[in-house]
Design a protein around this ligand. Structure first.
Ligand SMILES: Cc1cc2nc3c(=O)[nH]c(=O)nc-3n(C[C@H](O)[C@H](O)[C@H](O)COP(=O)(O)OP(=O)(O)OC[C@H]3O[C@@H](n4cnc5c(N)ncnc54)[C@H](O)[C@@H]3O)c2cc1C
Length: 416
C-alpha cells in the first residue's frame, strides 16, 4: 500500500500532525503499536497550559539544588542508581537554564504556547469533544506567605504577556474551592490563571481527535515503528496491513523516538522525565472544581472523569526501571492535607515519560540528513498544550506552506 505520509506515533503530537497534514490535502496513515492516546498523552494532568510562558528550567539556586539532592521532595526525585546515566542530560539542561539561555528558550516556545488554546479549540469543536474540556483555568496554591508573595510578584512581572489571572487570599480561594484546606497546613494564598483550559480525560481527547482523522478519511493502523526502512523514493513501515510506503514519514514517538533517530546517526540528547498519576474517589460532600497545583509540594490535583487525578513532578530514572511508588506516596501525603481524598481507584500508580530536550524545546521539522523524514517529538511538560500547534507547524513545513512560526529554534540540526 502506498500513501503520501506515514505518521509514526498516535499520541496527541502524532494525531495532531496527522490531522493538519490531512487538512492540507495529504493522504496520511497513522501507525502505532497500540490504540491512539494510550501513551503519555493518556496520563498527563490535563492542562492546556496557555499561561506557561516560561519553560521549566533546571533550578539555578543552590538551596533548591541541595533540596533536590536530598531526594526527599515530591516535585523532583531521582533514582541514585541512575545518576551517572542521567548526568550528561542534567549537565546540558543546567547549562541551557542560565538566564540568557532561558530567555532564548522562552522566546522560542512563546509562539507555540500562544497558539495552544486556539489550535485546540478548532480541533475540539470539529471532534465534538467540548464535553471533555473546561474553560475555568487552573489554580496555583501556595502554603507560605513567602512563596505566595514571591509568586504574586513573578506573576505581575509576566504582565507584558497579557495573561489573565486573579490573586486570591485564603478566603478568595475558599470561595472557589470550599473543600481545599486553608490556613496552617493548608493554602495561604493562590493565583488563579484564567487563560488555560483543562481536559477531564486527555487520553479520550486524543482518541476523539484520532476519530476525527479517521472520519475525514485517514487510516489508523497497528504497526511497529522500528520496522521503518529506507526505500526509493521514500520510506516503508510494516503494519497489520503489511508494508506501507510513503515519500514522507513523521517520527512522533515521544520518548521512543531514539529508536529511530539513533539508528540513523542523529545525536539528539533526548532525556526523559518520568511522572506518575493515580485517581482517588472523593468522600460525600467533598468536591474539586478546578485543577489545583500545590506549588510547594510539587503535584497537581485535577478533577477527571476517572476521579481526582493526582500527578507528580519529575522522576529522573532510566525509562525501563520499574515504577517506584515513593514519589506518588509522598505527594499523596501532602495532598491529603489539602483535600480529604478517599480510596485510590487503581491498585498501583500509572507511570509516564515526558520526552525532553535540554534546551527546553521540541524537535519539529525535517530530519536534516534524510530526505522525506520528519521529526516531531520532545514536547516535555507541554505536549498536550502544544501538540496541535506543533502539528500545524510540522504540516506547514512538510507541505511547503509558509510556517506560522519561525521553525529555526526547533531544527534537528541544532544538535549537529
Ligand atoms: C505526570 C505527567 C503530567 C503531565 N501533565 C501535562 C499537562 O498538564 N499539560 C501538558 O501539556 N503536558 C503534560 N504532560 C506532558 C505530555 O503528556 C506529553 O508531552 C505528551 O503526552 C507527549 O505526547 P506525544 O504524542 O509526543 O507522546 P505519547 O502520548 O507518549 O505518544 C507516543 C506514541 O508512540 C507510540 N509508540 C512508541 N513506540 C512505538 C513503536 N516502536 N512502534 C509504534 N508506536 C510506538 C506509543 O504507543 C504512543 O501512542 C505531562 C506528562 C506527565 C508524565
Amino acid at each position: 500500500m502506498k500513501t503520501d505520509v506515514i505518521v509514526l506515533g498516535a499520541g496527541i503530537v502524532g494525531v495532531s500532525a496527522a490531522l493538519h497534514l490531512q487538512a492540507r490535502g495529504r493522504n496520511v496513515v497513522l501507525v502505532d503499536k497500540g490504540e491512539p492516546g494510550q501513551g503519555t498523552s493518556y496520563g498527563n494532568a490535563g492542562l492546556i497550559e496557555r499561561s506557561s510562558v516560561v519553560p521549566y528550567a533546571f533550578p539555578r539556586s543552590l538551596a533548591t539544588v541541595l533540596r533536590y539532592a536530598l531526594n526527599r521532595s515530591s516535585d523532583v526525585r531521582y533514582d541514585p542508581r541512575d545518576l551517572l546515566h542521567v548526568a550528561p542530560f542534567l549537565f546540558r539542561y543546567w547549562r541551557q537554564s542560565s538566564p540568557r539561555n532561558l530567555a532564548v528558550a522562552t522566546k522560542a516556545m512563546l509562539p507555540l504556547i500562544e497558539a495552544s488554546v486556539v489550535e485546540h479549540d478548532a480541533l475540539i469543536e470539529a471532534a465534538g469533544a467540548g464535553d471533555l474540556v473546561r474553560a475555568k483555568g487552573w489554580i496555583a496554591a501556595y502554603r507560605t506567605p513567602k512563596r505566595f508573595e514571591a509568586a504574586a510578584a513573578e506573576a505581575a512581572s509576566l504582565s507584558p504577556h497579557g495573561l489573565a489571572m486573579t490573586v486570591l487570599d485564603a478566603d478568595g480561594l475558599a470561595g472557589l474551592e470550599p473543600s481545599i484546606a486553608t490556613g496552617t497546613k493548608g493554602v495561604f494564598g493562590a493565583i488563579h490563571w484564567l487563560d488555560p483550559k483543562t481536559v477531564t480525560d486527555p487520553g479520550e481527547l486524543t482518541r476523539r481527535y484520532a476519530g476525527l482523522f479517521a472520519e475525514r478519511g485517514g487510516t489508523i493502523l497497528r504497526g511497529e515503528a522500528t520496522s521503518l526502512a529506507k526505500t526509493e523514493p521514500g520510506w516503508s513501515v510494516e503494519t497489520e496491513w503489511g508494508r506501507i510506503e510513503a515519500a514522507d514519514t513523521v517520527v512522533a514517538l515521544a520518548s521512543k523516538a531514539g529508536s529511530i533517530f539513533r539508528r540513523l546517526g542523529y545525536a539528539i540528547p533526548l532525556g526523559i522525565k518520568r511522572g506518575y498519576h493515580r485517581h482517588y474517589r472523593l468522600p460525600a460532600g467533598v468536591a474539586l472544581h478546578h485543577s489545583v497545583v500545590d506549588e510547594e509540594a510539587g503535584y497537581v490535583l485535577a478533577p477527571m472523569r476517572q476521579g481526582v487525578r493526582l500527578t507528580t513532578g519529575i522522576e529522573f530514572a532510566q525509562s525501563d526501571r520499574p515504577a517506584n511508588a515513593r514519589q506518588i506516596d509522598h505527594a499523596e501525603r501532602w495532598a491529603r492535607q489539602l483535600l480529604p481524598l478517599g480510596q485510590p481507584v487503581e491498585a498501583s500508580p500509572w507511570l509516564g515519560h515526558r520526552p525532553c530536550l535540554p534546551d527546553m524545546r521540541p524537535v519539529i521539522g525535517p530530519a536534516h540528513r534524510h530526505k522525506g523524514l520528519w521529526f516531531n517529538f520532545g514536547h516535555a511538560h507541554h505536549g498536550l498544550t502544544i501538540g496541535p500547534a506543533s502539528g500545524r507547524l510540522l504540516a506547514e513545513l512538510l507541505t511547503g506552506a509558509a510556517p506560522f512560526v519561525d521553525p529555526a529554534p526547533y531544527s534537528s540540526s541544532r544538535f549537529g
